[in-house]
Ligand binder design. Structure first.
Ligand SMILES: O=C[C@H](O)[C@H](O)[C@H](O)COP(=O)(O)O
Length: 234
């Protein structure tokens, strides 16, 4: 167990209240949170979870967390999720686990997003972590060329893009939504807002891993404590 991730996950429990509808993120840090949340549910906490991936749904069921269909709710109170990179403006790169589309749908619909990371995820400028971009497999080469242009036009020089492969090497990794993932190594993304906007305009791009203006709280786990940083959007 990674103690820093565990400390971040435990600190996120402070944001959970009885009666909440919770977006449950994906990835190793989110899974630690789900385990912790399961213990609170066993102790009497009443919440319902909306998983952002098939894997998260399995973990939540195993942890004893009641789930609710995303189509059956009118609001989501809080989402707790991990991230691959976090910059000082709370912009994120997500999608290292290929769950970015559902994660973004749920984060966008949530009143609050709490991001839990260890301090290795904090960066001055996003881009060292290859940016995951979820694409429709149809005419993927044409979409990839448009992505390359969009990245170049917004200042990400020499972006190298690779099609993510399934772990069993059977072919391209297929997301829960039936799409493929292109990972673009940008080194630096100087204007995340512009890059996000440019990528969103490409028809074959289902979603990209830049999460802008979504995170309200970043919890950074260390070995002996967690630091909670809140951003006011007023
Ligand atoms: O698609 C996966 C997600 O965006 C994860 O939340 C992200 O990759 C961070 O995962 P981890 O907590 O395992 O580093």
């Amino acid at each position: 167990m990674n103690v820093a991730k565990e400390n971040a996950a435990i600190a996120a429990l402070e944001f959970v209240r009885d009666g909440m509808i919770l977006g449950l993120g994906s990835g190793s840090t989110a899974e630690i949170f789900i385990d912790q949340l399961g213990e609170r549910v066993a102790g009497g906490l009443k919440i319902q979870g909306i998983p952002t991936s098939a894997r998260t749904a399995e973990c939540a069921i195993e942890a004893g967390i009641p789930l609710v269909d995303a189509d059956k709710v009118e609001k989501i109170d809080l989402t707790v999720d991990g991230a691959d990179e976090v910059d000082p403006a709370f912009s994120l790169i997500k999608g290292g686990g290929a769950c970015l589309l559902r994660e973004k749908i749920i984060a966008h619909a949530s009143s609050k997003m709490v991001v839990i990371v260890d301090n290795a995820k904090l960066v001055d400028t996003l881009g060292a972590f290859p940016l995951p971009i979820e694409v429709d497999p149809f005419a993927m080469a044409l979409t990839a060329e448009k992505i390359y242009q969009a990245l170049k036009d917004t200042g990400c020089r020499e972006a190298q893009t690779v099609l993510r492969q399934a772990k069993d090497k059977s072919g391209p990794l297929v997301t829960d939504g039936g799409h493929w993932i292109l990972d673009s190594k940008c080194e630096l993304i100087p204007s995340p807002v512009e890059t996000a906007r440019a990528l969103s305009q490409i028809p074959g791009v289902m979603e990209h891993g830049l999460f802008i203006d979504l995170a309200d709280v970043i919890i950074v786990g260390e070995v002996d404590h967690a630091k909670v940083m809140e951003l006011s959007r007023d």
